[in-house]
Design a protein around this ligand. Sequence first.
Ligand SMILES: [Zn+2]
Length: 80
Amino acid sequence: MIKIVLTLVIVVLALMFWFGKGRRSGNASRTPTPPRALTMVSCAHCGLNLPQPEAVEGEGGRHYCSAEHRRLGPGAGAGG
Ligand SMILES: [Zn+2]
């Protein structure tokens, strides 16, 4: 009789271990984002190069290094 109980315990433990392992390896909800190349843009006013996420977007798809330069608009030579 004790053998049946022991077998059950071993089976339950094995299942818990197996499912626990499967959950860990199968869980892909938190994958670290791979480093991607930043798109560099230049300020339409002063020509400063900066990453696009840090740039301030202005009219006509132009990018500026700051809100101040966006307010001032494109610099000389842009012709707009
Ligand atoms: Zn600028």
